[in-house]
Design a binder for this molecule. Structure first.
Ligand code: F6R
Length: 365
């Protein structure tokens, strides 16, 4: 039931602090991830993993892209990510010490299941599923399962499934990283950062009114650009996907560094540019991107750490975000982009919960 919410999507956006909390519940102490809580056989199956191959579709694929940044940075293990429909139709090399990781809200996505079945024939160390539906085909066919605790997701556009997938993926990454030399103190630091995420999500949800105001600038636009660097690039992709799905505005996401390699040609006053810019080492580079866009009359919408102190100026709208740990930033920065597309869609009067042409679960190719 929608309760007091106008749409399931809005209700599900607002559930995120609770379900992210539920997804880490019982799987952490104050200082470490409890590996046994990831599955009784986790210890054995994670032993000797030397490579991670992630497979998923759509929003779940974006979660996988974030995880690649985490896995390579924290565990120091090579990680590849591919959309299932590409993976299954090409020849590939799977090393025997590979952990095959499928991410799926429904656990019934045809391409993802087909990729898993095909990879099984090639042989790999173990199949891990990150999934939201108990008893789904994906759960039944995997060796190890980390359930996201998002609860049923009714809105076709995925929201809480994504942030709980990220939470589960970070738990998994920390377990893998410890086996590969991540110092205890660093794990403790990241566990603390993760525990702060539900509170930070609530802080961002409180920005609903100013974000709704920003959304007015998008209603009469036909195109938009989303930029992010590092682990915020997949967040930009996910933000663009949400806007496309529910408001039918063409939205493209680019790694910010690619801007001058092509998309800058599109930028003018009719092309709003959304940037996710947390306060880390990449911020300075992002500043120059902002200049490039502004110089061409583009309107910029920047979601940035309040500590950066970016100033509003003509053509630059700044939404101040709470300060977050760089590792957990992708989870927190997803929220304002969900709210932005939600409000644009409401203003446009589209069917938020049931976008045209889309189905909740894609069980056929
Ligand atoms: C986007 C969306 C889809 C799904 C995709 C995979 O909002 O919901 O892109 O993420 O169809 O679905 P699952 O995760 O069920 O495999």
């Amino acid at each position: 039931e929608k309760g007091d919410y106008r749409h399931f999507m809005l209700k599900e956006i607002h559930e995120q602090s609770r379900v992210v909390q539920a997804t880490m519940e019982g799987r952490l102490t104050d200082r470490r991830v409890l590996e046994q809580a990831l599955g009784t056989d986790a210890e054995n199956l994670l032993q000797d993993v030397r490579h991670v191959q992630i497979i998923a579709c759509g929003t779940s694929y974006h979660a996988g892209m974030v995880a690649r940044y985490w896995i390579e940075e924290l565990a120091g293990i090579p990680c590849s990510v591919e959309v299932a429909s590409e993976f299954r139709y090409r020849k590939h090399v799977i090393q025997p010490d590979t952990l095959f990781l499928c991410i799926s809200q429904s656990g019934e996505t045809a391409d993802t299941l087909a990729a898993l079945r095909q990879a099984k024939e090639a042989g790999f160390r173990a199949a891990l599923a990150i999934c939201n539906v108990p008893g789904s085909s994906l759960v039944r066919e995997s060796d190890l399962v980390i359930m996201t605790q998002a609860g049923p997701e009714i809105g076709v556009a995925s929201t809480k499934a994504f942030t709980t997938q990220l939470t589960a993926l970070l738990l998994f990454t920390l377990a893998l990283a410890r086996r590969n030399g991540l110092p205890e103190a660093e794990e403790a630091d990241m566990v603390q950062a993760l525990r702060q995420v539900p509170g930070q999500i609530d802080q961002v949800l409180a920005l609903d009114t100013p974000i709704a105001r920003l959304s007015e600038a998008f209603v009469d636009k036909h195109h938009s650009l989303f930029l992010g660097r590092g682990s915020q690039f997949p967040v930009a992709l996910e933000g663009a996907l949400k806007l496309k799905e529910i408001s039918y505005i063409h939205a493209e996401a680019y790694p910010a560094g690619e801007l001058k390699h092509g998309p800058l040609a599109l930028v003018d006053s009719e092309m709003p540019v959304v940037t996710v810019a947390p306060n880390n080492a990449l911020m300075e580079k992002l500043r120059s991107n902002l200049e490039e866009v502004r110089a061409r009359g583009g309107e910029l919408f920047v979601f940035a750490d309040e500590a950066v102190g970016l100033a509003e100026e003509p053509g630059v709208h700044v939404m101040n975000m709470p300060s977050v740990h760089p590792i957990t930033a992708p989870i927190v920065y997803t929220i304002p982009l969900q709210l932005l597309s939600y409000h644009v869609a409401v203003l446009k009067g589209t069917d938020v919960d049931q976008p045209r042409n889309l189905a909740k679960s894609v069980t056929v190719e």
